[in-house]
Design a protein. Structure first.
Length: 243
């Protein structure tokens, strides 16, 4: 009787155990599949940003566009200068110190060249000058204009339809509430005047220059002053005029 009771308990335990195992399998099969990655949303976003940044860094660099430069009036570029003009050999054009300039220049010359001033019309030394020669920067001596490009503008300032070299440079001038094109000397950075597009042919330009910023050298004195190579300009002009 005791052995029968033990067998009965054993069989009952096996049945209950099998039932419990079957129930566990069924529960596991109905459970939702686990996510591939158990990564918080914030971390996923950060990794996405890193990948995007690395992709941009691997691209070829983009060169930023340079700011649009002020365009000077047509004809004021270097091409407007006389490319046939000789270059002064052995000449070094420099700007003296402020103290030296105050000793060398008159008050109006200093005001015009160093303070961007303007001489009164019809008061300068060269507005009505008809002699042949070279006009150089009063500060440095760098050649700027010649008498063969000078014309009568009626403005009261020396006027030229082109410079003889690239020693005349232009820049935008926004003073006095309107836009103009200022011209300065290349080496001494002297204020010379302004250029306008209402001049005669062939360039149509009018370089309106303060006489106080210039020094005039007659053709007869070019050799003595160290500008002998520029005599060619006037010889060529005289030859063309005779033909």
């Amino acid at each position: 009787m005791k052995s029968s009771h033990t067998l009965y308990v054993t069989r009952l335990g096996l049945v209950l155990g099998l039932g419990l195992f079957t129930a566990c399998i069924a529960c596991s099969s109905n459970r939702a599949p686990a996510p591939a990655e158990n990564i918080p949303a914030e971390k996923k976003a950060t990794e996405t940003e890193i990948e995007a940044t690395q992709a941009v860094q691997n691209q070829a660099p983009i060169t930023p566009k340079a700011p649009k430069a002020h365009k000077a009036p047509k004809g004021t570029e270097t091409s407007a200068a006389d490319k046939t003009a000789p270059v002064a050999r052995g000449k070094v054009y420099t700007k003296p110190s402020k103290a030296e300039l105050k000793k060398k220049l008159t008050p109006i010359q200093y005001k015009v060249t160093q303070k961007d001033g303007t001489e009164r019309a019809f008061t300068g030394a060269y507005w009505d000058n008809k002699a042949e020669g070279l006009y150089v920067d009063i500060v440095s001596g760098e050649p700027l204009f010649s008498s063969r490009e000078k014309f009568k503008s009626g403005t009261g300032w020396p006027s030229f339809w082109k410079p003889i070299s690239d020693n005349v440079v232009s820049k935008e001038d926004n003073s006095h509430g309107w836009v103009r094109t200022e011209v300065r000397s290349k080496y001494a950075d002297s204020h010379l005047g302004h250029v306008f597009d209402d001049g005669p042919k062939p360039t149509g330009m009018r370089y309106c220059i303060n006489g106080a910023s210039l020094r005039f050298i007659p053709t007869a004195e070019l050799d003595k002053e160290g500008y002998g190579e520029y005599k060619k300009l006037f010889t060529d002009a005289a030859t063309k005029a005779d033909k």
